[in-house]
Design a protein around this ligand. Structure first.
Ligand code: FPP
Length: 243
């Protein structure tokens, strides 16, 4: 992590969203630009995640959701999939204690049964360790897909014999992995791409969307602040008209 002095930022100038969600895109391009293997980009991505978690705590954000591994990412070369699994295991083994100290409460979004039993155990241990923390909720979407999440919810509803008349948005939300959490206010995608890529497709229905040019490893505290400034200048209407 860099030792450079933190630039003073005027937090009174921003509206701090409760919940931000980030599609951490561009690790591969960040690495290629430096003549490094893609895995080096993912390692730099994890280092940056540390910095962004610190910044979220500093700015007073309550929930951070990150897209770490999608259901589609299984189609990447096996060596890259293995590297991402190793990186996740290392985060769960080593970084989780520091996150715990910091008051971070870890949640998992996605299909846990689709990952190795060893990794499943590490995820469960980390969730148990951090469950009483309330400074920042960190949702890690890993083996996650928005459509798969909706299908999972529908299956559970059918298993629970929920009658059609009882169905409403609130009830449906309670069957999603994000049960009990507020919807994201802001979805940020790094690396300039303009797609939602099956991320929180139900929950982000009214989120503000922001595409930023930086590759994920370069999206630092100052870049997050700039994103929050842009968010602060948006007018959220939720389908209504300006007052
Ligand atoms: C997208 O960049 C990034 C990913 C698919 C993985 C994101 C993962 C991390 C930042 C590290 C893992 C973090 C945890 C908590 C496990 P890309 O590879 O698609 O980049 P590209 O579009 O430039 O190729």
């Amino acid at each position: 992590m860099s030792n450079r002095q933190k630039e003073p930022l005027d937090l009174t100038a921003i509206k701090v969203p409760d919940h931000i969600a980030i599609i951490m895109d561009g690790n591969g391009r960040w690495a290629r630009r430096r003549g490094l293997p893609r895995q080096a980009g993912h390692r730099a991505g994890v280092e940056n995640l540390r910095r962004i978690i610190d910044a979220c705590v500093e700015f007073g954000i309550k929930v951070l959701t990150i897209y770490a591994f999608s259901t589609e990412n299984w189609g990447r070369p096996p060596s890259e999939v293995r590297a991402l699994m190793r990186i996740f295991a290392r985060v769960l083994d080593q970084e989780v204690y520091e996150l715990h100290e910091q008051g971070v409460c870890l949640h998992h979004l996605g299909d846990l049964s689709g990952i190795s039993p060893d990794l499943q155990a590490k995820v469960k241990r980390a969730i148990e360790l951090t469950k009483n923390n309330d400074r920042l909720i960190l949702n890690v979407a890993f083996n996650y897909g928005g459509r798969a999440e909706i299908i999972h919810a529908v299956k559970q509803l059918l298993q629970d014999n929920v009658p059609a008349d009882a169905m409403n948005e609130e009830l449906f939300s309670n069957y999603l992995f994000t049960k009990g959490l507020s919807d994201p206010d802001l979805v940020i995608r790094t690396s300039g791409e303009l797609r939602i890529s099956n991320f929180l497709i139900w929950q982000a229905a009214y989120a503000e969307y922001l595409a930023v040019p930086e590759y994920w490893p370069d999206f630092d505290r100052e870049a997050l602040y700039k994103a929050l400034l842009a968010y602060s200048n948006r007018e959220r209407r939720f389908g209504l008209v300006t007052a």
